[in-house]
Design a protein around this ligand. Structure first.
Ligand code: PLP
Length: 363
């Protein structure tokens, strides 16, 4: 056998082992809970929140990281001993670092320096290395630079929408629809999510069509995000008009995975409202979740108020994306908010009124 044939066989052998490890991990993991909530102002409307913080790595990015490693392995792009790199706002980096350790690979996360300190510490605790850049828009170029030096670029922003099997294979949409089967309104009126890589909205939007469901897909994103501007104008060159403190969503540019045509509605959420809603979730669920989960709750309430005004009953489903502890030193720290001039008290009063009366009078 020539050296090349031997090394090819050796590589296929390592790929087989790695795929077996990913299958075993999937078999050890359970599906995430679909938690039900009712609000006094919305009789006849059931709210469901899929608890993606319950994954072993604490966020919905556990699904994405597994898909990205599978995609790299099955494309023959990832070899034994090859370092792995990706650009991230933190959640993906934590999940990717965890899978890198599972597969015995070195991992580097390229993240904005302003990322919540707890996420940086979590990546490091998993043996990952953090390469911090000052400008969040630099992460793409920096990750690509690592790849030119031999690292495998998992490329969540470039590949999220492709790496996930949108027809099924226990993707998030298939799981939600399965879990709703015995509920009063098993075909939801709306599913609400944010847009970071766009992978979640792409998967849900495609699956809803594939299964011929009547459900609408709404993206709730920080006010002025590239997704919001881009969706309205179908403009892939759109950029954000103001930055956000909500991590994981509200991207500065239209990511390759943003599929505008599968999204039926967008709701623009000011950061103060996301933060207020994040706190309300804690009151209703007895547990803390991150800022993007608050953004999702605001989106749900906006749609529910419209349903109520139109006399429509039904269900609305959304996601709890990651746990609140990651933001102890940021979004959950009143002094941190004050330093940034963020006061969520007005939005909190408005949201409490919406929950009590079912009427939307703005935030
Ligand atoms: C990534 C992320 C999202 C958005 O999900 P995508 O599938 O990337 O669009 C929302 N919230 C958090 C905390 C995230 O990390």
């Amino acid at each position: 056998m020539s050296t090349t044939a031997a090394s090819t066989e050796e590589m296929r052998q390592w790929t087989r082992q790695s795929l077996a490890r990913l299958r075993q991990e999937a078999a050890r993991s359970a599906d995430t809970h679909l938690l039900k909530l009712e609000f006094p102002g919305f009789p006849g409307i059931d709210f469901y929140f899929k608890d993606e913080a319950a994954h072993p790595t604490g966020s919905l990015k556990h699904r994405l990281a597994r898909s990205l490693y599978l995609y790299a392995l099955c494309n023959g792009r990832l070899r034994r001993g090859q370092p792995v790199v990706d650009a991230s706002s933190g959640s993906t980096a934590i999940s990717e670092a965890w899978f890198a350790r599972l597969l015995g690979l070195q991992f580097t996360a390229v993240m904005p320096a302003c990322t919540a300190p707890r996420k940086i510490a979590d990546v490091q605790a998993l043996g990952g290395h953090c390469d911090l850049v000052d400008d969040p828009a630099q992460v793409y170029e920096r990750a690509a630079w690592h790849a030119t030096n031999g690292a495998c670029h998992l490329d969540q922003f470039g590949l999220a929408e492709r790496a996930t099997d949108w027809r099924g294979n226990n993707n998030i949409a298939e799981s939600i629809i399965g879990q709703l089967a015995g509920e009063p309104h098993p075909e939801p009126a709306w599913i609400v999510c944010g847009a970071g890589t766009g992978g979640t909205s792409a998967t849900i939007g495609r699956y809803l069509r594939y299964r011929s469901l009547p459900t609408g897909l709404c993206v709730a994103d920080p006010a002025g995000s590239a997704f919001i501007h881009g969706w309205h104008r179908r403009d892939r060159d759109a950029t954000c008009s103001h930055p956000t403190v909500i991590e994981g969503i509200g991207r500065p540019r239209v990511e390759p995975g943003f599929l505008f045509d599968v999204v039926d509605e967008v709701v623009e959420v000011p950061d103060t409202a996301s933060i207020a809603a994040m706190r309300l979730l804690e009151e209703h669920l007895g547990r803390r979740y991150g800022g993007s989960s608050g953004t999702n709750l605001v989106g749900c309430l906006r749609l529910a108020a419209q349903m109520r005004a139109d006399g429509i009953e039904g269900s609305i489903v959304s996601l709890l994306c990651d746990p609140g502890e990651r933001y102890d030193q940021t979004l959950y720290d009143p002094a941190w908010l004050t330093r940034r001039g963020l006061d969520p008290s007005g939005a909190e009063a408005a949201l409490r009124a919406i929950i009590a009366t079912g009427e939307w009078h703005g935030l």
